[in-house]
Ligand binder design. Sequence first.
Ligand code: PMP
Length: 438
Amino acid sequence: MNESRPESMASFWMPFTNNRDFKAHPRLLVSAEGMYYKDVDGRSILDGTAGLWCVPCGHAQPKIVAAVREMVGQLDFAPTFQMGHPAAFDLAERLMEYTNHRYGHVFYTNSGSEAVDTALKIALAYHKARGDASRTRFIGRERGYHGVGFGGISVGGIAGNRKPYGVMLPGVDHLPHTHNLELNAYTRGEPEHGANLADELERIVSLHDASTIAAVIVEPVAGSTGVLIPPKGYLKRLRELCTKHGILLIFDEVITGFGRLTTPFAGDYFGVEPDMMTTAKGLTNGTIPMGAVFSKQFIHDAFMEAPAGIELFHGYTYSGHPVACAASLATLEVFKEQNILEHAAGMAEYWADAVHSLKGLPHVIDIRTIGLIAGIELAPIAGKPGVRAFTAFKKAFEDGILIRTTGDIIALSPPLVLEKKHIDELFGKLAEVLKNLD
Ligand code: PMP
């Protein structure tokens, strides 16, 4: 038996996993470098998903690895409650630079889910601090994914993440999702049809009155529900309506932040600025868990006008963990030194061509691409939703490529450092998997 194999797999209760199926046929990764994982049998697996959308600069970037090693030896932990350490402050400054100073402040969390709950809480506390305590409602969107905290699943719009639990945050409405296979099939970039769906916000506002609504939260591009790209003009319209009604607009950029669309954030790509952004994943190149909420200056100002004392009663033991900060500082340097965004932009067209070349293969009913992201939708097997794509995922892994599936949609989001040869390998192998599916 390979010595890397665990003695037993019984005790790890795996997240978002069919535990019984996995443990019968495990897929175990033991190392990673650049564009590839190695599995426990020593096979190379091309990473078509940047882990879980979180390794934009590729695996084992030497600078990030060195920064983590150095910090863990120097300052393994330091509180950020009534204390601090230089890296947390340095990183905040660097992150503000990364947004061209369009945001004033950053609040650290450990994950995307925590970033979402933090942003929702900041929204409530912001309105309250301004004497607007009646603004307590949130508006999310169908097919939205905002992590797994109670705030996140409440504003999220995925039945499977909500139904098992029953209780949700009260006072939440959902905009309709924007996915329209009939009108917008096989899009490259933003779909033509559907901007009018943003006007549903007016309808929801009129049901409750604007004075009761704290924030709207959406992913600029919904990732986890299968790469749903906003129709042209949709996000701008949401922005206009939020401004008109004094509602905060939160973009959940946990997937789209740090270059996924070849721009620093998706808001930059679409030319729309939210009032807060939630981020995680690429923030540290996936190396150390970390999330962050970026907030506009005016939001922070409202807290600073309160009487002296603790301004925001919120935080995590590991907010601004020194090792995470070191990883993030190094990640930002890698982005700059290796021109990661420029490289990604240079690959986007070749990527889109390759993805759309799958059109016409068995079971493919839609393909959508934007930046370095792709959704390939397969026709479901009658009565067995998700089974066809999951079978493709397993076959792809056997053939040496890591893809991700959600329902019957294959979602791809490679490290941004990929080269044309990786695109060729990924789609060469994926085409074979699709041709031989059933
Ligand atoms: N928001 C979005 C848009 C996400 O895609 C995710 C994770 N895929 C999250 C929040 C949750 O992040 P985490 O898993 O780090 O809690």
